[in-house]
Design a protein around this ligand. Structure first.
Ligand code: FAD
Length: 401
């Protein structure tokens, strides 16, 4: 389906778009409209048109309606277990390599497209959306941006097909916000490095086959002594100490990982030795940007529940939606969603069309959307009355996500 989606968008959407645009010969386009790809984009990248993004959204929505039904989302939450049979389905649909090169199986698209997929995935299930992004953005995109040609050829096809699961491990129990204070070490030995230490709160950690791991190669050099590694979890000395029991995002499996003399070959260094902080920080901007679409999906899900409910639920002889206070809440929810969407997609469009990544906007977009999503989920619970408080409806799950 990856190939069919590609050919469909190129064949159907592009000609329609071209008709809408003035001919390049007749007008001098400013640089922003030239749609040049940046070093953050796959080979031959062209920023997508609105029609292509709409088409993609429709494709993802079709997929989630079929594969991530409300029953699947509720079961994932209640069982606190990711439905691992979902990975090859996501791979088959082409969603695991949105920003990866086509020659390794990716769709060769950009960050607006990735945000669209993340939004629709999270609309169906925030947990599945989070695990999806940890795989496709934190692992696949990090490898796409910083991996050597050999590393990409070796690892990306399996990750993109969904036959391998990816994760990224930077946080430790003692170093979260202050991630550079990490203690996991990587000692140089013949032919590679020995990793020792632990990582905490790692999304997909309990299931992952391949993890991008940050470790101190020269602890005395602080931020200049960190290196990124590709660690295969089948390596001796690697283990997942425990799966964490979380308040929300249940079923997005999160783990504490242990590294006990894990040998990582030299070939698995990502970027340069001691250059890990650049890899990490550049990755964080785009991770925040793509993950900011998660709360967008949750806000849309809250509206998907609250709108029909408030029109069907009658009190005092008429639908509760006929009350101005209820209409006010629905209007607030809608406005918060649209304002958050505008911020996320404007930031992603700037990355796709100008190659400009504004750190403050990547962080701002996720901060704004996450706070608005919490408010929308609370409003959804209030609008549903008693039904908002019971697990038969998804409102409480949306708040916890
Ligand atoms: C569901 C989930 C999934 C995650 N997935 C991953 C993953 O896949 N990979 C990974 O590496 N990590 C992951 N994390 C970890 C996440 O990145 C960290 O939780 C985050 O960086 C915060 O670190 P911390 O929890 O140690 O909080 P702390 O850094 O201890 O912060 C605690 C509080 O203090 C505040 N604070 C800290 N420093 C300052 C300051 N200077 N000024 C003011 N306030 C401050 C913080 O804002 C926060 O409110 C995940 C976490 C969660 C909850």
């Amino acid at each position: 389906m990856a190939a069919s989606f590609r050919s469909l968008t190129r064949a159907v959407s592009r000609p329609a778009t071209r008709r809408l645009r003035p001919s390049p010969a007749s007008i001098a386009l400013p640089a922003v409209q030239k749609r040049l790809h940046s070093s953050k984009h796959p080979k031959g990248f062209e920023a997508p048109t609105t029609e292509e993004l709409d088409e993609l959204r429709e494709r993802v929505h079709e997929f989630t309606r079929r594969e991530i039904t409300e029953e699947v989302a509720a079961h994932t939450d209640k069982s606190n277990a990711f439905p691992n049979e979902m990975w090859p389905k996501l791979g088959e649909a082409g969603f695991l390599g949105i920003t990866a090169d086509e020659d390794v199986g990716g769709l060769g698209m950009g960050y607006q497209a990735h945000a669209v997929v993340m939004e629709e995935m999270s609309r169906a299930s925030g947990s599945i959306g989070l695990s999806y992004a940890a795989h496709s953005q934190l692992c696949v995109n990090q490898l796409q941006l910083n991996g050597s040609p050999e590393q990409k050829k070796k690892y990306l096809p399996g990750l993109i097909a969904g036959t391998k699961i990816g994760a990224l491990a930077m946080s430790e129990s003692g170093s979260g916000s202050d991630v550079v204070s990490m203690r996991t070490s990587a000692k140089k030995v013949d032919g590679g490095y020995l990793l020792n230490g632990s990582k905490m709160w790692i999304t997909n950690g309990p299931d992952a086959d391949l993890i991008v791991v940050y470790a101190k190669t020269e602890p005395d050099k602080g931020s200049k002594g960190i290196t990124a590694f590709l660690v295969e979890t089948k390596a001796d000395g690697f283990s997942c100490a425990r799966k964490l029991d979380k308040m929300g995002m249940r079923g997005s499996n999160t783990g504490e990982l242990m590294f006990d003399n894990v040998f990582v070959p030299e070939d698995n260094v990502v970027g340069s030795v001691n250059g890990g902080v650049r890899v990490l920080m550049e990755g964080l901007d785009l991770e925040r940007l793509v993950l900011s679409a998660g709360p967008l999906g949750i806000m849309q899900a809250a509206l998907d529940v609250a709108l029909p409910f408030s029109h069907q639920r009658k009190q005092f002889g008429s639908p509760i939606a006929h009350n101005q206070l209820v209409q006010g809440k629905l209007a607030d929810m809608y406005t918060k969603l649209q304002a958050s969407r505008a911020y996320t997609y404007a930031t992603a469009r700037q990355v796709d069309e100008q190659g400009v990544i504004r750190t403050q906007d990547c962080a701002g977009a996720i901060l704004y959307a996450a706070e608005r999503a919490t408010e929308c989920a609370l409003d959804c619970i209030q609008l549903l009355g008693g039904m908002g408080y019971v697990e038969e409806m998804p409102a409480s799950r949306l708040l916890r996500e």
